[in-house]
Write a protein that binds this ligand. Structure first.
Ligand SMILES: *Cc1c(COP(=O)(O)O)cnc(C)c1O
Length: 390
């Protein structure tokens, strides 16, 4: 079986003697040893066997295997949330005195990790403007161990040149390149094929796709994953088998769902670009996007997130969100239901207006996570809210 979609759907943990068709849920915290001798051999790493669900579980293994197929990765680890994946991936690679170079526009909690938590342990960072090619190179120091990016970024939807960053490793072989690939999903973007070392996800978003469970995953080479395994096993942010079971089943439809998210989002973005109450629209697959050509090279489609700026600024944006009827305001994205958020008054409210501007957030910016509803219903709701909030 060559086809990625077929392989994902057919990937399954070994059937039990009950001959079930669909993978069962293994809600067990531990696994028994056949004998004291087997217990010894497993702990001595002479024999591989399931031991304890903090280490691994059939359901988490199946979920990871499917992500590895899609990302073309050798190995992976699953986590209780996207942030657990971000934290463990970074913390597993750096130590006191090390330095991280990161794109400036990163997920809020990743920003807190870099600016508030890591400095407590003597780990420093430099932020770079995503599209400033020379800036990346200039930021690399002798003690830089990790280069971390999000592309497309949240909520500015900047697209970073992944091949260019991977080429920096020729001069700086000590670097490990990590991408938070959550917005694109492995269906739209495969960063390891561009030379990235680790690709991680908040599985809470498109992988679940229906706003039900939290989860995280990181994939890459066996060698790097082995390094991170120590961190996962002994700090304990393990993914619950139940969540893994949900996520694994959801991955069977990820590519279908993403194609539809992208089709709907492009239609909404085109509609908004013509709208007289809209100042600006950002979507990677609109030809007006500053990195449109790059987005087309490294992504299969533009994704499900649009950032728009309404005329009238802060108050108008809030009014518009309040005027939406079908689309709800909630702190999630990548759901089958469309979602609207206003970064300036919520996720990014603690930043100054200037700081927000560097992240591509204006007072009137609204982030739309376009769902799987009938596209005309999405457009109608947004249009009505735009006119009502005038
Ligand atoms: C949501 C999100 C995270 C954090 O994931 P959780 O599952 O909420 O912990 C990290 N990165 C990006 C880009 C996200 O959207």
């Amino acid at each position: 079986m060559e086809n990625e979609q077929s392989r994902v759907i057919r990937e399954q943990i070994p059937r039990s003697e009950l001959r079930e068709h669909s993978s069962p849920l293994y809600l067990t915290s531990s696994f028994i040893f056949d004998s004291a001798e087997q217990g010894r051999a497993v702990f001595a790493q002479e024999e591989e066997a399931l031991v304890y669900s903090r280490y691994s579980n059939p359901n988490t293994t199946e979920f990871i295997n499917k992500v590895c197929i899609m990302e073309q990765a050798e190995a992976g680890l699953s986590f209780s949330s996207g942030m657990a994946a971000v934290f463990s991936s970074l913390a597993g690679l750096v130590r006191s005195g090390d330095h991280i170079v990161s794109s400036r526009a990163v997920f809020g909690s990743t920003h807190q990790l870099l600016t508030e938590l890591f400095p407590r342990w003597g780990i420093t960072h430099t932020y770079v403007d995503a599209t400033d090619k020379q800036g990346w190179e200039d930021a690399i120091q002798e003690n830089t161990k990790v280069l971390f990016v999000e592309s497309p970024s949240n909520p500015g939807l900047e697209v970073i040149d992944l091949k260019h960053l991977a080429s920096l490793k020729e001069k700086h072989p000590q670097l490990t390149l990590i991408i938070d690939n959550c917005f694109a999903t492995p269906h739209l973007q495969k960063p390891l094929t561009f030379g990235f070392d680790l690709s991680l996800h908040s599985a809470t978003k498109y992988m679940d796709g229906q706003g039900r469970v939290l989860g995280g995953v990181v994939v890459g080479s066996q060698e790097l994953i082995d390094q991170l395994t120590f961190m996962l096993r002994h700090t304990g942010p393990a993914l619950s088998p139940f969540n893994a079971w949900i996520l694994s089943k959801s991955l069977d439809t990820l590519s279908l769902r993403m194609d539809k998210h992208c089709e709907n989002a492009l239609a909404v973005a085109n509609f908004l670009e013509q709208h007289k109450e809209v100042e600006q629209v950002r979507y990677p697959f609109l030809s007006s996007h500053p990195q449109y050509e790059l987005a087309k090279q490294q992504m299969k489609a533009g994704g499900g997130i649009i950032t728009m700026v309404v005329k009238g600024g802060f108050e108008r944006a809030k009014n518009m969100i309040d005027s939406l009827e079908m689309i709800k305001y909630t702190s999630n994205l990548g759901d089958s239901r469309s979602i609207a958020t206003h970064p300036a008054s919520t996720t990014h409210s603690k930043l100054s207006q200037e700081q927000r501007a560097t992240l591509g957030i204006q007072e009137g910016s609204i982030r739309l996570s376009i769902g799987l509803e009938y596209v005309n219903d999405i457009i109608e709701d947004i249009d009505r809210a735009l006119l009502k909030s005038k």
